[in-house]
Design a protein. Structure first.
Length: 461
Protein backbone atom coordinates (compact mmCIF):
# COMPACT_ATOMS: atom_id res chain seq x y z
CA UNK A 1 0.00 0.00 0.00
CA UNK A 2 1.29 3.46 -0.87
CA UNK A 3 2.45 5.51 2.11
CA UNK A 4 -0.04 8.28 1.38
CA UNK A 5 -3.04 5.99 1.75
CA UNK A 6 -2.13 4.73 5.23
CA UNK A 7 -3.67 7.64 7.17
CA UNK A 8 -7.06 6.53 8.60
CA UNK A 9 -9.97 8.39 7.02
CA UNK A 10 -11.04 9.75 10.43
CA UNK A 11 -7.63 11.33 11.10
CA UNK A 12 -7.12 15.10 10.75
CA UNK A 13 -6.12 16.26 7.29
CA UNK A 14 -2.34 15.93 6.90
CA UNK A 15 -0.24 18.85 5.71
CA UNK A 16 1.92 16.93 3.23
CA UNK A 17 -1.14 15.42 1.56
CA UNK A 18 -2.97 18.76 1.69
CA UNK A 19 -0.16 20.47 -0.15
CA UNK A 20 0.09 17.61 -2.64
CA UNK A 21 -3.55 18.21 -3.57
CA UNK A 22 -2.98 21.96 -3.77
CA UNK A 23 -0.11 21.46 -6.23
CA UNK A 24 -2.05 19.00 -8.37
CA UNK A 25 -5.03 21.36 -8.54
CA UNK A 26 -2.91 24.45 -9.18
CA UNK A 27 -3.22 24.52 -13.00
CA UNK A 28 -6.99 24.85 -12.57
CA UNK A 29 -6.67 28.00 -10.45
CA UNK A 30 -7.00 31.47 -11.91
CA UNK A 31 -4.20 33.57 -10.53
CA UNK A 32 -5.01 37.19 -9.69
CA UNK A 33 -3.57 39.65 -12.20
CA UNK A 34 -1.54 41.35 -9.46
CA UNK A 35 0.07 38.04 -8.53
CA UNK A 36 0.98 37.36 -12.15
CA UNK A 37 2.53 40.80 -12.53
CA UNK A 38 4.55 40.40 -9.32
CA UNK A 39 5.87 37.01 -10.40
CA UNK A 40 6.86 38.28 -13.84
CA UNK A 41 8.79 41.14 -12.21
CA UNK A 42 10.58 38.72 -9.92
CA UNK A 43 11.54 36.45 -12.80
CA UNK A 44 12.86 39.32 -14.92
CA UNK A 45 14.84 40.71 -11.99
CA UNK A 46 16.46 37.30 -11.39
CA UNK A 47 17.53 36.93 -15.02
CA UNK A 48 18.99 40.43 -15.05
CA UNK A 49 21.07 40.12 -11.89
CA UNK A 50 22.43 36.75 -13.06
CA UNK A 51 24.23 38.47 -15.93
CA UNK A 52 25.88 40.91 -13.54
CA UNK A 53 27.57 37.98 -11.76
CA UNK A 54 29.64 36.79 -14.73
CA UNK A 55 33.23 36.65 -13.56
CA UNK A 56 32.36 35.88 -9.94
CA UNK A 57 34.60 33.02 -8.72
CA UNK A 58 31.69 30.95 -7.42
CA UNK A 59 30.38 30.53 -10.97
CA UNK A 60 33.59 28.82 -12.01
CA UNK A 61 33.21 26.29 -9.21
CA UNK A 62 29.53 25.75 -9.97
CA UNK A 63 30.27 25.23 -13.66
CA UNK A 64 32.65 22.40 -12.78
CA UNK A 65 29.69 20.46 -11.36
CA UNK A 66 27.58 20.44 -14.53
CA UNK A 67 27.91 19.27 -18.12
CA UNK A 68 27.42 21.99 -20.71
CA UNK A 69 26.71 21.27 -24.35
CA UNK A 70 25.50 22.93 -27.56
CA UNK A 71 22.11 21.31 -27.05
CA UNK A 72 20.21 20.19 -24.00
CA UNK A 73 17.06 20.53 -21.96
CA UNK A 74 17.50 24.12 -20.77
CA UNK A 75 19.80 27.06 -21.38
CA UNK A 76 22.35 28.14 -18.82
CA UNK A 77 21.76 31.87 -19.09
CA UNK A 78 25.26 33.20 -18.60
CA UNK A 79 27.06 30.44 -20.50
CA UNK A 80 27.30 29.44 -24.14
CA UNK A 81 25.35 26.23 -23.85
CA UNK A 82 22.65 24.02 -22.43
CA UNK A 83 22.39 21.45 -19.67
CA UNK A 84 19.94 19.07 -18.06
CA UNK A 85 17.13 21.09 -16.49
CA UNK A 86 18.25 20.38 -12.91
CA UNK A 87 21.80 21.45 -13.73
CA UNK A 88 20.65 24.54 -15.62
CA UNK A 89 18.46 25.54 -12.66
CA UNK A 90 21.42 24.98 -10.32
CA UNK A 91 23.77 27.12 -12.39
CA UNK A 92 21.23 29.88 -13.01
CA UNK A 93 20.34 30.05 -9.32
CA UNK A 94 23.99 30.34 -8.32
CA UNK A 95 24.45 33.13 -10.87
CA UNK A 96 21.29 34.87 -9.70
CA UNK A 97 22.42 34.89 -6.07
CA UNK A 98 26.18 35.37 -6.46
CA UNK A 99 25.89 39.14 -5.94
CA UNK A 100 23.00 39.06 -3.44
CA UNK A 101 21.14 41.50 -5.69
CA UNK A 102 18.05 39.31 -6.27
CA UNK A 103 14.62 39.95 -4.77
CA UNK A 104 13.51 39.01 -1.25
CA UNK A 105 10.38 37.80 0.50
CA UNK A 106 9.23 35.01 2.82
CA UNK A 107 12.32 35.59 5.00
CA UNK A 108 14.47 34.66 2.02
CA UNK A 109 14.91 35.00 -1.74
CA UNK A 110 11.98 33.34 -3.54
CA UNK A 111 12.70 34.20 -7.17
CA UNK A 112 16.33 33.12 -7.23
CA UNK A 113 15.31 29.50 -6.66
CA UNK A 114 11.84 29.43 -8.19
CA UNK A 115 12.60 31.34 -11.40
CA UNK A 116 15.50 29.09 -12.49
CA UNK A 117 13.42 25.99 -11.74
CA UNK A 118 10.23 26.97 -13.54
CA UNK A 119 12.11 28.37 -16.54
CA UNK A 120 14.40 25.35 -16.92
CA UNK A 121 11.51 22.92 -16.51
CA UNK A 122 9.29 24.92 -18.87
CA UNK A 123 12.03 24.80 -21.52
CA UNK A 124 12.44 21.07 -21.06
CA UNK A 125 8.71 20.42 -21.31
CA UNK A 126 7.97 22.98 -24.04
CA UNK A 127 5.62 24.87 -21.70
CA UNK A 128 4.48 28.47 -22.03
CA UNK A 129 4.99 31.42 -19.72
CA UNK A 130 1.52 31.03 -18.21
CA UNK A 131 2.41 27.53 -17.02
CA UNK A 132 5.76 28.72 -15.66
CA UNK A 133 4.11 31.54 -13.70
CA UNK A 134 1.50 29.15 -12.30
CA UNK A 135 4.24 26.77 -11.16
CA UNK A 136 6.12 29.65 -9.53
CA UNK A 137 2.94 30.54 -7.62
CA UNK A 138 2.58 26.95 -6.44
CA UNK A 139 6.11 27.02 -5.05
CA UNK A 140 5.68 30.42 -3.44
CA UNK A 141 2.43 29.45 -1.71
CA UNK A 142 3.90 26.19 -0.37
CA UNK A 143 6.89 28.10 1.00
CA UNK A 144 4.59 30.67 2.63
CA UNK A 145 2.45 27.94 4.17
CA UNK A 146 5.44 26.20 5.76
CA UNK A 147 7.10 29.40 6.94
CA UNK A 148 3.92 30.74 8.51
CA UNK A 149 3.53 27.72 10.78
CA UNK A 150 6.42 28.64 13.06
CA UNK A 151 6.22 31.40 15.65
CA UNK A 152 9.98 31.98 15.49
CA UNK A 153 12.45 33.02 12.83
CA UNK A 154 14.66 30.33 11.33
CA UNK A 155 17.58 32.72 10.78
CA UNK A 156 17.89 32.90 14.57
CA UNK A 157 18.51 29.15 14.71
CA UNK A 158 21.08 29.37 11.92
CA UNK A 159 18.93 28.10 9.04
CA UNK A 160 18.98 29.81 5.64
CA UNK A 161 15.28 29.76 4.64
CA UNK A 162 16.01 30.12 0.91
CA UNK A 163 18.03 26.92 0.93
CA UNK A 164 15.69 25.06 3.30
CA UNK A 165 12.14 26.05 2.31
CA UNK A 166 13.36 26.86 -1.19
CA UNK A 167 14.10 23.20 -1.91
CA UNK A 168 10.54 22.21 -0.99
CA UNK A 169 9.07 25.15 -2.90
CA UNK A 170 11.07 24.16 -5.98
CA UNK A 171 9.82 20.58 -5.71
CA UNK A 172 6.28 21.96 -5.64
CA UNK A 173 6.93 24.15 -8.69
CA UNK A 174 8.51 21.30 -10.67
CA UNK A 175 5.70 18.91 -9.69
CA UNK A 176 3.17 21.50 -10.87
CA UNK A 177 4.81 21.84 -14.28
CA UNK A 178 5.08 18.07 -14.61
CA UNK A 179 1.35 17.81 -13.82
CA UNK A 180 1.95 15.22 -11.12
CA UNK A 181 -1.14 13.95 -9.31
CA UNK A 182 -1.73 14.74 -5.65
CA UNK A 183 -0.02 11.61 -4.40
CA UNK A 184 3.16 12.03 -6.42
CA UNK A 185 3.23 15.75 -5.65
CA UNK A 186 3.14 14.94 -1.95
CA UNK A 187 5.96 12.45 -2.43
CA UNK A 188 7.99 15.17 -4.18
CA UNK A 189 7.54 17.38 -1.11
CA UNK A 190 8.58 14.57 1.20
CA UNK A 191 11.66 13.76 -0.85
CA UNK A 192 12.72 17.40 -0.99
CA UNK A 193 12.27 17.71 2.78
CA UNK A 194 15.23 15.37 3.16
CA UNK A 195 17.24 17.48 0.69
CA UNK A 196 16.74 20.83 2.45
CA UNK A 197 19.76 22.51 4.02
CA UNK A 198 21.60 25.80 4.27
CA UNK A 199 23.30 27.80 7.02
CA UNK A 200 23.41 31.45 7.99
CA UNK A 201 26.99 30.79 9.08
CA UNK A 202 27.93 30.65 5.38
CA UNK A 203 26.60 34.14 4.65
CA UNK A 204 29.38 36.25 3.20
CA UNK A 205 31.04 33.28 1.51
CA UNK A 206 30.79 31.60 -1.88
CA UNK A 207 28.81 28.81 -0.24
CA UNK A 208 25.75 31.06 0.22
CA UNK A 209 24.89 31.19 -3.51
CA UNK A 210 25.98 27.57 -3.88
CA UNK A 211 23.48 26.34 -1.28
CA UNK A 212 20.77 28.30 -3.12
CA UNK A 213 21.76 26.50 -6.32
CA UNK A 214 21.53 23.14 -4.56
CA UNK A 215 17.99 24.00 -3.41
CA UNK A 216 16.90 24.66 -7.00
CA UNK A 217 18.48 21.47 -8.32
CA UNK A 218 17.21 19.34 -5.44
CA UNK A 219 13.66 20.52 -6.00
CA UNK A 220 13.75 19.30 -9.60
CA UNK A 221 15.42 16.03 -8.62
CA UNK A 222 12.76 15.41 -5.96
CA UNK A 223 9.92 15.93 -8.45
CA UNK A 224 11.69 13.73 -11.00
CA UNK A 225 12.11 10.91 -8.48
CA UNK A 226 8.48 11.19 -7.40
CA UNK A 227 7.38 11.08 -11.03
CA UNK A 228 9.39 7.88 -11.45
CA UNK A 229 7.66 6.28 -8.46
CA UNK A 230 9.98 6.98 -5.52
CA UNK A 231 7.96 7.39 -2.33
CA UNK A 232 8.38 9.41 0.83
CA UNK A 233 6.64 9.36 4.20
CA UNK A 234 3.08 10.61 4.17
CA UNK A 235 3.87 13.09 6.97
CA UNK A 236 7.41 14.17 6.07
CA UNK A 237 6.54 17.83 6.67
CA UNK A 238 4.25 17.69 9.71
CA UNK A 239 5.51 14.67 11.66
CA UNK A 240 7.00 15.43 15.10
CA UNK A 241 10.15 14.01 13.50
CA UNK A 242 9.58 15.77 10.19
CA UNK A 243 11.00 18.87 8.55
CA UNK A 244 9.06 21.59 10.37
CA UNK A 245 9.72 20.20 13.84
CA UNK A 246 13.35 19.43 13.06
CA UNK A 247 14.23 22.97 11.99
CA UNK A 248 11.96 24.86 14.40
CA UNK A 249 14.02 27.25 16.56
CA UNK A 250 12.04 26.54 19.75
CA UNK A 251 9.50 23.92 18.78
CA UNK A 252 6.64 26.42 18.65
CA UNK A 253 5.29 25.18 15.34
CA UNK A 254 1.81 24.18 14.15
CA UNK A 255 2.13 20.65 12.81
CA UNK A 256 -1.34 19.25 12.25
CA UNK A 257 -3.69 22.05 11.20
CA UNK A 258 -4.93 21.88 7.59
CA UNK A 259 -3.15 23.83 4.89
CA UNK A 260 -4.43 27.23 3.82
CA UNK A 261 -2.16 27.52 0.78
CA UNK A 262 -3.69 29.90 -1.73
CA UNK A 263 -6.49 30.96 0.64
CA UNK A 264 -5.71 33.81 0.63
CA UNK A 265 -2.95 34.11 -1.94
CA UNK A 266 0.21 34.99 -0.04
CA UNK A 267 1.70 36.47 -3.19
CA UNK A 268 -0.88 39.23 -2.74
CA UNK A 269 -0.40 39.45 1.03
CA UNK A 270 3.42 39.45 1.10
CA UNK A 271 4.67 39.84 -2.48
CA UNK A 272 8.29 40.41 -3.46
CA UNK A 273 10.80 43.10 -2.54
CA UNK A 274 13.03 44.25 -5.41
CA UNK A 275 16.50 45.11 -4.17
CA UNK A 276 17.95 48.53 -4.94
CA UNK A 277 21.32 47.72 -3.42
CA UNK A 278 23.49 44.60 -4.06
CA UNK A 279 23.93 43.75 -0.38
CA UNK A 280 22.12 41.82 2.34
CA UNK A 281 18.52 42.99 2.64
CA UNK A 282 19.00 43.47 6.39
CA UNK A 283 20.99 46.63 5.50
CA UNK A 284 18.58 48.21 3.03
CA UNK A 285 16.55 50.28 5.46
CA UNK A 286 19.63 51.70 7.14
CA UNK A 287 21.15 52.48 3.72
CA UNK A 288 18.01 54.47 2.89
CA UNK A 289 18.51 56.38 6.14
CA UNK A 290 22.18 57.04 5.34
CA UNK A 291 21.33 58.29 1.86
CA UNK A 292 18.82 60.70 3.38
CA UNK A 293 21.58 62.23 5.52
CA UNK A 294 24.34 62.10 2.91
CA UNK A 295 23.62 65.50 1.25
CA UNK A 296 23.90 67.15 4.68
CA UNK A 297 27.41 65.81 5.36
CA UNK A 298 28.83 65.74 1.81
CA UNK A 299 32.28 67.30 1.90
CA UNK A 300 32.33 67.16 5.70
CA UNK A 301 33.26 63.54 6.35
CA UNK A 302 36.18 64.59 8.54
CA UNK A 303 33.70 66.35 10.81
CA UNK A 304 31.86 63.10 11.59
CA UNK A 305 32.63 62.05 15.15
CA UNK A 306 30.28 59.05 15.46
CA UNK A 307 27.52 57.25 13.61
CA UNK A 308 24.96 55.19 15.52
CA UNK A 309 22.67 52.71 13.77
CA UNK A 310 19.82 50.94 15.54
CA UNK A 311 18.81 47.59 14.04
CA UNK A 312 16.79 44.56 15.05
CA UNK A 313 18.51 41.60 16.70
CA UNK A 314 17.91 39.15 13.85
CA UNK A 315 19.02 41.70 11.27
CA UNK A 316 22.26 42.28 13.17
CA UNK A 317 22.84 38.54 13.50
CA UNK A 318 22.91 38.23 9.71
CA UNK A 319 25.40 41.08 9.35
CA UNK A 320 28.42 39.09 10.34
CA UNK A 321 31.25 41.42 9.36
CA UNK A 322 31.94 44.66 11.21
CA UNK A 323 35.38 45.25 9.65
CA UNK A 324 35.18 43.89 6.09
CA UNK A 325 38.21 43.87 3.83
CA UNK A 326 36.65 42.21 0.77
CA UNK A 327 33.46 42.46 -1.26
CA UNK A 328 31.85 39.28 0.05
CA UNK A 329 32.16 40.36 3.68
CA UNK A 330 31.09 43.91 2.85
CA UNK A 331 27.70 42.65 1.64
CA UNK A 332 27.01 41.54 5.20
CA UNK A 333 28.33 44.60 7.03
CA UNK A 334 26.12 47.33 8.43
CA UNK A 335 29.21 49.40 9.11
CA UNK A 336 30.48 49.25 5.55
CA UNK A 337 27.16 49.85 3.80
CA UNK A 338 26.43 52.86 6.03
CA UNK A 339 29.91 54.30 5.50
CA UNK A 340 29.69 53.71 1.76
CA UNK A 341 26.32 55.45 1.50
CA UNK A 342 27.48 58.41 3.59
CA UNK A 343 30.81 58.79 1.79
CA UNK A 344 29.74 58.13 -1.80
CA UNK A 345 26.01 58.79 -1.92
CA UNK A 346 25.30 55.31 -3.31
CA UNK A 347 25.80 51.58 -2.79
CA UNK A 348 26.42 50.14 -6.25
CA UNK A 349 27.94 46.96 -7.59
CA UNK A 350 31.17 48.87 -8.12
CA UNK A 351 31.27 49.58 -4.40
CA UNK A 352 31.65 45.87 -3.67
CA UNK A 353 35.05 45.36 -5.30
CA UNK A 354 37.86 44.62 -2.87
CA UNK A 355 39.57 47.87 -3.82
CA UNK A 356 36.42 49.88 -3.17
CA UNK A 357 35.91 48.19 0.19
CA UNK A 358 39.49 48.99 1.26
CA UNK A 359 39.31 52.64 0.24
CA UNK A 360 40.94 54.64 3.05
CA UNK A 361 38.10 57.15 3.38
CA UNK A 362 35.42 54.48 3.74
CA UNK A 363 37.53 52.30 6.05
CA UNK A 364 38.16 55.30 8.31
CA UNK A 365 34.48 56.18 8.39
CA UNK A 366 33.18 52.66 9.03
CA UNK A 367 35.26 52.54 12.23
CA UNK A 368 33.14 55.40 13.53
CA UNK A 369 29.92 53.41 13.02
CA UNK A 370 28.41 51.71 16.06
CA UNK A 371 25.49 49.29 15.77
CA UNK A 372 22.98 49.21 18.60
CA UNK A 373 20.42 46.44 18.94
CA UNK A 374 16.73 46.61 19.66
CA UNK A 375 14.82 43.48 20.61
CA UNK A 376 11.54 44.96 19.38
CA UNK A 377 10.14 43.24 16.29
CA UNK A 378 7.88 44.41 13.51
CA UNK A 379 4.43 42.88 13.90
CA UNK A 380 4.12 42.08 10.19
CA UNK A 381 7.78 41.23 9.48
CA UNK A 382 9.30 39.87 12.71
CA UNK A 383 12.67 39.31 11.05
CA UNK A 384 13.06 43.11 11.31
CA UNK A 385 12.75 45.76 13.99
CA UNK A 386 9.72 48.07 13.79
CA UNK A 387 12.02 50.61 12.12
CA UNK A 388 15.74 51.30 11.64
CA UNK A 389 17.32 54.45 13.05
CA UNK A 390 20.48 56.34 12.08
CA UNK A 391 22.14 59.24 13.86
CA UNK A 392 25.30 61.13 12.87
CA UNK A 393 27.13 63.22 15.45
CA UNK A 394 29.56 65.91 14.24
CA UNK A 395 32.61 67.29 16.02
CA UNK A 396 30.88 70.64 16.59
CA UNK A 397 28.21 68.89 18.68
CA UNK A 398 25.55 68.87 15.95
CA UNK A 399 23.49 65.68 15.64
CA UNK A 400 21.73 64.70 12.43
CA UNK A 401 18.92 62.16 12.73
CA UNK A 402 17.38 60.41 9.73
CA UNK A 403 13.68 59.74 9.65
CA UNK A 404 12.90 56.25 11.00
CA UNK A 405 12.74 53.77 8.10
CA UNK A 406 10.09 51.08 8.42
CA UNK A 407 10.13 49.74 4.87
CA UNK A 408 13.02 49.97 2.44
CA UNK A 409 12.54 51.48 -0.99
CA UNK A 410 11.72 48.60 -3.31
CA UNK A 411 9.73 46.79 -0.61
CA UNK A 412 6.44 45.30 -1.79
CA UNK A 413 4.67 48.21 -0.06
CA UNK A 414 7.03 50.74 -1.74
CA UNK A 415 7.63 49.05 -5.09
CA UNK A 416 10.03 50.17 -7.76
CA UNK A 417 8.32 51.29 -10.97
CA UNK A 418 8.34 49.16 -14.10
CA UNK A 419 10.83 51.59 -15.62
CA UNK A 420 13.11 51.34 -12.58
CA UNK A 421 12.97 47.55 -12.85
CA UNK A 422 13.89 47.69 -16.52
CA UNK A 423 16.70 50.12 -15.77
CA UNK A 424 18.08 47.73 -13.16
CA UNK A 425 17.82 44.81 -15.59
CA UNK A 426 19.69 46.72 -18.28
CA UNK A 427 22.39 47.94 -15.90
CA UNK A 428 23.02 44.38 -14.73
CA UNK A 429 22.78 42.68 -18.12
CA UNK A 430 25.14 45.18 -19.75
CA UNK A 431 27.92 43.83 -17.57
CA UNK A 432 27.87 40.76 -19.86
CA UNK A 433 25.83 41.71 -22.94
CA UNK A 434 25.86 44.53 -25.44
CA UNK A 435 22.90 46.89 -25.73
CA UNK A 436 21.18 44.91 -28.48
CA UNK A 437 21.53 41.60 -26.64
CA UNK A 438 20.29 43.21 -23.44
CA UNK A 439 17.14 44.37 -25.19
CA UNK A 440 16.51 40.92 -26.67
CA UNK A 441 16.90 39.25 -23.27
CA UNK A 442 14.53 41.77 -21.65
CA UNK A 443 11.91 41.06 -24.29
CA UNK A 444 12.37 37.31 -23.79
CA UNK A 445 11.96 37.67 -20.03
CA UNK A 446 8.75 39.66 -20.49
CA UNK A 447 7.24 37.53 -23.29
CA UNK A 448 3.48 37.13 -23.60
CA UNK A 449 1.82 34.41 -21.45
CA UNK A 450 1.05 32.19 -24.43
CA UNK A 451 4.63 32.23 -25.70
CA UNK A 452 6.85 29.25 -25.02
CA UNK A 453 9.71 29.83 -22.61
CA UNK A 454 12.75 30.23 -24.85
CA UNK A 455 15.91 32.29 -24.64
CA UNK A 456 18.18 34.01 -27.14
CA UNK A 457 21.79 32.97 -27.50
CA UNK A 458 23.91 33.41 -24.40
CA UNK A 459 27.36 34.99 -24.25
CA UNK A 460 29.93 32.74 -25.89
CA UNK A 461 27.38 30.86 -28.00
Amino acid sequence: MDALTQTPPTAPTALTADLGRFIADMPAHTLPAQAIATIRRGIADTVGVAFASVGEPVLRHARDLITLGPTGQARVWTEGGFAASADAAFMNAVAGHALDFDDTGLDGHPSVVLAPVVLAEAERLGADWAAAVTAYAAGYEVWAELLGRDADKHHGKGWHPTAVFGAVACAAASACLRRLDAQRSAHALGISASMSAGLVANFGSMTKPLQVGFAARNGILAAHLAEQGLTASHDALESPRGLLAAISPRGDVRLHSPSRAGAPWQMLEQGLNIKRYPVCYATHRIIDAALELQPHIAGRLDAIEAVVATLGQLQADMLRSSRPTNGLDAKFSAEYTIACALARGHVHLQDLSDDAVNDTIVQTLLRKVRVEITTERDALEPLFSPHDLLSVRLTDGTTLDAEPVRRARGHASRPVSDQELQDKFRACARMSLDDAQTGVWWEAAMAAPERLVTWPEAPGS
